[in-house]
Design a protein around this ligand. Structure first.
Ligand code: NAP
Length: 307
């Protein structure tokens, strides 16, 4: 019987593991195969307090992992395949073994939403990207499309003008969801062109040249155009990684885990932190904060369980 199993190796999971380890609970962290969560896809983090010069996402994750391990957390690169929540003895099946544990902390994060159009999947990582900060530099003096109308799309579009010669931002409506400041920044940039009322229909290209264009349809006029772009950046929001918990734990209508203000889920002994339960802030520091709170509550829960 384990004390605490943390599912997920991003800022929430590693912070939960650090706190649980320092409380002598010998936590196990099951990271799955994508190490470091979404931060591992981020090149430079300038808003994590304590690092005034900024640092790389993978670097921050590596430091968090080392710090948790230093105090006794055991990190395993195992993927949780099934889970049976039984208060007092939760049972987890991974791709490599089985565990029974008093408490579970879910920090499985979220993943980028995709378009589900022809060409997206075959060109993913070869012209189609969900991370401008990771891949923007590959598009020096080239043309790119960003799809989405929220803060992410406009932030990524503006960022991409550092490299690209032209940035189309394709949005499905005639009004942006993004904040005023993000809109002003993007719309005042001479390299940015907004393509309103339009949906991406296809990513065009071939094996040799990679992406050569993005076919869009104007939803008002039904007119189709191929934008001669070399890359497509998808910034249309995120989906929480909660498939494993459907029907087993209370989720909101978008699939995020519902937690109370102390990171408790509706199942005793099961806590959640980070993006899997937060579609508002979605920051490394808020994920770390809720991971910390989840671990402190798990510690209290175990102490009460052992009476
Ligand atoms: P978001 O606010 O949910 O925006 C998603 C955008 O993608 C919307 O414009 C939406 O269109 C569009 N969209 C969704 N599904 C689509 C589809 N299938 N096809 C085409 N377009 C689609 O997501 P986000 O921009 O990632 O932002 C998430 C949160 O993080 C927000 O709270 C945001 O403020 C915050 N954020 C903040 C910053 C910052 O302040 N620096 C930066 C990035 C993100 P509709 O508008 O028509 O629904």
């Amino acid at each position: 019987m384990e004390n605490v199993i943390v599912i997920g190796g991003g800022p929430s999971g590693y912070t939960a593991a650090l706190y649980a380890a320092r409380a002598n609970l010998a936590p196990i962290v099951l990271t799955g195969r994508v190490l470091g969560g979404q931060l591992s896809l981020t090149s430079e983090i300038e808003n994590f307090p304590g690092f005034p010069g900024g640092l790389g996402g993978p670097d921050l994750m590596e430091r968090m992992r080392q710090q948790a391990e230093h105090f006794g957390a055991v990190v395993k690169y195992e993927e949780v395949m099934d889970i049976d929540f039984q208060p007092g003895a939760h049972h987890l099946v991974t791709d490599q073994g089985e565990y029974t544990t008093k408490a579970v902390i879910i920090s499985t994060g979220s993943s980028s939403r995709l378009l589900d159009v022809p060409g997206e999947e075959p060109f993913f990582g070869r012209g189609v990207s969900t991370c401008a900060t990771c891949d923007g530099a590959f598009y020096a003096n080239q043309k790119v499309v960003v799809v989405g109308g929220g803060d992410s799309a406009l932030e990524e579009g503006t960022f991409l003008t550092r490299f690209a010669s032209h940035v189309w931002i394709v949005h499905r409506r005639d009004e942006l969801r993004a904040s005023k400041i993000m809109q002003d920044r993007a719309l005042n940039n001479p390299k940015v062109e907004l393509v309103w009322n339009s949906k991406v229909q296809e990513v065009v290209g071939d094996k040799q040249a990679g992406v050569t264009g993005v076919r869009v349809e104007n939803v008002v006029t039904n007119e189709e155009t191929v934008l001669d772009a070399d890359g497509l950046f998808i910034a249309i929001g995120h989906i929480p990684n909660t498939k494993l918990f459907e029907g087993k734990i209370e989720l909101d209508e978008q699939g995020y885990i519902l937690t109370d203000r102390r990171q408790h889920t509706n199942v005793p002994g099961v806590f959640a932190g980070g993006d899997v339960q937060d579609h508002v802030f979605r920051q490394a520091i808020t994920a770390a904060g809720t991971g910390c709170a989840a671990a402190m509550e798990a510690e209290k829960y175990i102490a009460e369980l052992e009476g």
